[in-house]
Design a protein around this ligand. Structure first.
Ligand SMILES: Cc1cc2nc3c(=O)[nH]c(=O)nc-3n(C[C@H](O)[C@H](O)[C@H](O)COP(=O)(O)O)c2cc1C
Length: 482
C-alpha cells in the first residue's frame, strides 16, 4: 500500500500480537475464543477454532465432570495434536467440584486451562499448574501445565503474575497436595503463562473499559517481572468488547499479546445454544445488554451481563434477588408476592420447587441440602438459584414457552459486531462461523493497522478507504492463504 511518499508494509494477520504466544500454543493467530459455560463453547466450536488456527477453550463451567470428560475424549479424537484448552472456573460454593475438575484435567493430561472467576489462588489451581514441574538439563524450570488466567482486577492479576505464595505452598506441601520439590520449583514461575485482561464483557464482568484497565495491567506485569525475573514472563492479552477489526487492531496496538472473544462466538453456528438465541443475538444492539444476578454467586450479589432485548430474565432475576435480600425465609414472603412468583416465574408452588431442588442437590452436593434445612435463607437462595440456572438451560435448548425467561450472557461486543456486519452476508446468524468471523476480524485489523502507519506519515484517509467489508470464506482464503 503506497500513497505518494507514504508507505505501509504488507502485514499478514498472523503477525498481529505476540509471536511467542503463537509459537508456544502452536496456533496460527494470536486470537483466542473464550470458554462459555454449559458447553456453549461446545466441542464443535473448539474444533472449528482449532482448525482455523485459533486457541479455543471448551466451556466446562456448569457441567458435571463426566460431561467434561466426554468433551476431552471427543476433542482428542477429532483434533489429535491441535491446540485447545478447557475452562477451570473457581466455584466458591462448590470447592469439591473445582477439585474434581482439577483431578480430571491432571489425570487426562489436559495441558492448558483458562482459569476464571478466581478472587485468590486456590489449592486446586496451584496443584494444576505445578503438576509435572521439573528442572531441565539446561537448568530451566519447565511447567507442562499452562494457565491462561482471566482477570478484571489488579489484585487478582497480581496473584497470577507472581509465584504462588510461600505460605500457600507450605500449607499445600504439609497437606500432601504437592511435594516439597514442587514447592521449591514453584518460586521460579508465574502462576499464569498468559493473563487475559477482561474488560466489559458478556457473562461475569466488572464492566471496566479496556483502554483504562489494560495499561495498568501491563505496568503491573512489568513491575512484577522486574521483581521476580522469570525466564518466561506472563504475556498479557485483551478481552471484552472485541468483535470488530477496529477493536482488535486497537487491542494489539495497546500491546495485547493476543485478543480473546466471547459474545460474538455465541451467535455463531457452532455454539451450543439454540437457533432462537442465535437469532435474538443477531438482532441485538450495543445497548441491549443489562446486568442481572449470577446463579453461581447469587448470595454474594455478583452480577452477570445478559441480553435484555426479547427476554424478561434480567427483571425477574433482579426481583428474586430483592426478595432474597429483604426476606429471611420463603415463608416470610408476602402472600401476594409469593403467588405472583409461583404463577409467572416458577410456574409451580415454591414447596414443589424446593422438593426438586433438594433432589438435584442431593445428587450434586448434599451438604447444600443439610445447610438449607437448617438455614431458611439458604433454602430460599437455592430455590431462587434454580430459576436462574434453568433460565440458561431453557435458552440453550430453545424451550419455546420459556422464551421470556431466557438467560443469554452477552456483552456490547455483540451489538458492535451486528452493526459492523449489517447488510453483509454475516448479518445472518446461519452464516456466522467461528473461524470465518475470526479471520474477518483479523484481516480487517491488519488492514487498519496499515492505515494507521499511513496516517502516522501525515496522510488523511477517508471512511471509504478504511471501511472493512466482511469477506466470504473463498475470498479470505485467496487473500490470506496463498
Ligand atoms: C455466553 C457466554 C458464556 C460465558 N461463560 C464463561 C465461562 O463459563 N467461563 C469463562 O471463563 N468465561 C465465560 N464467558 C466469557 C468469555 O469467555 C469471554 O471472556 C468474554 O465473553 C469476552 O468478552 P466479550 O463478550 O465482550 O467478547 C462467557 C461469555 C459468554 C458470552
Amino acid at each position: 500500500m503506497s500513497f505518494g511518499n507514504a508507505f505501509a508494509p504488507a502485514l499478514l494477520p498472523e503477525l498481529l500480537g505476540d509471536s511467542e504466544f503463537r509459537r508456544e500454543h502452536g496456533v496460527r493467530y494470536a486470537y483466542a475464543t473464550g470458554a462459555m459455560a454449559n458447553g456453549i463453547a461446545s466441542e464443535s466450536l473448539v474444533e472449528a477454532g482449532a482448525k482455523a488456527g485459533l486457541l479455543s477453550f471448551f466451556g466446562a463451567a456448569g457441567l458435571p465432570p463426566a460431561r467434561v470428560e466426554a468433551a476431552i475424549d471427543r476433542l482428542e479424537k477429532s483434533l489429535g495434536g491441535l491446540p485447545r484448552g478447557f475452562n477451570l472456573i473457581h466455584s466458591p460454593s462448590e470447592p469439591d467440584l473445582e477439585a474434581a475438575l482439577t483431578d480430571l484435567y491432571i489425570a487426562r493430561d489436559v495441558r492448558l486451562v483458562e482459569a476464571s472467576a478466581f478472587m485468590d489462588l486456590t489449592p486446586a489451581i496451584v496443584r494444576y499448574r505445578l503438576h509435572g514441574i521439573a528442572r531441565g538439563e539446561d537448568g530451566r524450570v519447565r511447567a507442562p501445565n499452562k494457565v491462561v488466567a482471566k482477570v478484571s482486577r489488579v489484585e487478582v492479576a497480581a496473584k497470577f503474575l507472581a509465584p504462588a505464595s510461600e505460605r500457600l505452598l507450605r500449607e499445600m506441601a504439609a497437606a500432601g497436595l504437592i511435594t516439597s520439590g514442587q514447592a521449591e520449583l514453584a518460586a521460579e514461575i508465574p502462576m499464569a503463562s498468559d493473563l487475559t485482561v477482561e474488560a466489559d464483557s458478556g457473562g461475569h464482568t466488572d464492566n471496566r473499559p479496556l483502554v483504562a484497565m489494560f495499561p495498568a495491567m501491563i505496568a503491573l506485569r512489568d513491575r512484577l517481572q522486574a521483581q521476580f525475573r522469570f525466564k518466561n514472563p506472563a504475556r498479557v492479552g485483551a478481552a471484552g468488547g472485541i468483535s470488530t477489526p477496529e477493536a482488535a487492531a486497537a487491542a494489539y496496538m495497546m500491546g495485547a499479546a493476543y485478543v480473546l472473544t466471547g459474545s460474538v462466538n455465541q451467535s455463531c453456528v457452532e455454539s451450543g445454544t439454540s437457533d432462537q438465541v442465535r437469532r435474538m443475538l443477531a438482532a441485538a444492539g450495543q445497548a441491549d445488554c443489562v446486568m442481572a444476578p449470577a446463579a453461581d454467586m447469587f448470595e454474594l450479589g455478583v452480577k452477570v451481563q445478559v441480553l435484555k432485548r426479547g427476554t424478561m430474565f434480567a427483571q425477574r432475576g433482579a426481583k428474586l434477588y430483592d426478595i432474597w435480600r429483604t426476606c429471611d425465609s420463603i415463608e416470610a414472603i408476602a402472600p401476594a408476592v409469593r403467588a405472583a412468583l409461583e404463577k409467572d416465574v416458577f410456574r409451580s408452588g415454591l414447596d414443589e420447587v424446593w422438593a426438586s431442588t433438594r433432589e438435584y442437590f442431593l445428587k450434586r452436593d448434599a451438604s447444600q441440602v443439610e445447610r438449607a434445612e437448617k438455614e431458611p435463607k439458604h433454602k430460599m437462595a437455592l430455590v431462587f438459584r434454580s430459576y436462574l440456572g434453568q433460565a440458561s438451560r431453557w435458552a440453550n435448548a430453545g424451550v419455546a414457552d420459556r422464551a421470556l425467561d431466557y438467560q443469554v450472557w452477552c456483552g456490547p461486543a455483540m451489538g458492535a459486531f451486528n452493526e459492523w456486519t449489517q447488510g453483509s452476508f454475516l448479518q445472518a446468524p446461519e452464516r456466522r462461523a467461528v473461524g470465518l468471523v475470526a479471520r474477518n476480524i483479523l484481516y480487517g485489523a491488519a488492514v487498519l493497522t496499515r492505515a494507521h502507519f499511513l496516517r502516522c506519515q501525515g496522510l488523511t484517509l477517508d471512511g471509504e478507504t478504511t471501511r472493512i467489508e466482511p469477506l466470504q470464506a473463498a475470498e479470505l482464503e485467496r487473500l490470506l492463504d496463498e
